[in-house]
Design a protein around this ligand. Structure first.
Ligand code: SAH
Length: 252
């Protein structure tokens, strides 16, 4: 039943026709093997979906006729999760962005911590944004998570947009686990209630420096554990988003 979906920025969805080229053309022409008359759903990542019919597929571009427009429920979020994560190496960050998008993350803030091995280049952001768009399309999400430009941890901790409820995953925290903290914050897991936005911070492979745990605490992040095993950065991030979603009823 899943319809072929293509992300198109809102400002290009205004007219009656749309010409696509580059990656979008490749996707429609090669991956979908689109032919004149085939139908697609275009989504703008902000909750609008537009029916489209392929008019013409050329070697470099394709033309679509735009039809009915509708507003779709985001499908994302029983809870808006902001994930701040010390960027792990190459394909691990790609995996993290893809999987947390499927799990409904709202915003990803890549950070560089003291023990971070990876100093992401500015162009990495465009790749993560693309992965997020493709994962959103694949999983049927109408919105696309925002991926920020990489920032130093201290700067990211001071971000004025962070939601009030904040957790820092720290393997040195043996008292309070994320699950227990979520029970306190959300009550029992039930469906259909909007939950307060939640930020979760994941450290680098080398772990947080002790001063960073203190900085995070000072910025309102409650240190929480995720069990007795040391998880890789991407595993910890995926597990945390899953747990928060589950508590908000977003996986029911
Ligand atoms: N180098 C550290 C582990 C870092 S794991 C060590 O060997 O002790 C990478 C990140 O994942 C951590 O900074 C933390 O944010 C998160 N993490 C991994 N396992 C965790 C656990 N059991 N509890 C809480 N956070 C964990």
């Amino acid at each position: 039943v899943s319809r072929r979906r293509l992300f198109v920025p809102a400002e290009r969805l205004g007219g009656a026709r749309l010409t696509i080229d580059g990656d979008d053309h490749r996707y429609v022409a090669r991956v979908l093997r689109g032919r004149p008359g085939d139908r697609l759903a275009l989504f703008d990542g902000a909750g609008t979906e537009v029916d489209a019919e392929i008019i013409h597929v050329g070697p470099r571009d394709a033309e679509l006729a735009l039809g009915e427009r509708r507003t779709v429920p985001s499908g994302a979020a029983a809870v808006a999760v902001t994930l701040l994560v010390a960027v792990p190496r190459g394909e691990r960050m790609d995996l993290l962005v893809q999987k947390t998008t499927e799990l409904g993350v709202a915003r990803i803030v890549p950070v560089v911590a003291g023990r971070s091995v990876v100093r992401p280049e500015a162009k990495a952001r465009a790749r993560w944004e693309k992965i997020a768009r493709e994962a959103a399309r694949q999983c049927g999400r109408a919105d696309v998570p925002r991926v920020e430009a990489p920032d130093a941890l201290a700067t990211a901790l001071g971000d004025a947009e962070l939601p009030a409820l904040r957790f820092a995953l720290w393997e040195g925290e043996h008292g309070r686990g994320l699950r227990a903290a979520l029970v306190e914050a959300f009550g029992a897991p039930v469906t259909g209630v909007t939950r307060p936005g939640t930020a979760v911070l994941v450290g680098p492979e080398g772990g947080f420096e002790p001063t960073e745990v203190e900085q995070a605490r000072a910025a309102g992040f409650v240190p929480v554990g995720l069990g007795p095993r040391i998880l890789r950065v991407e595993t910890a991030a995926i597990a945390a988003v899953t747990l928060i979603q589950a508590f908000a009823g977003g996986l029911d």
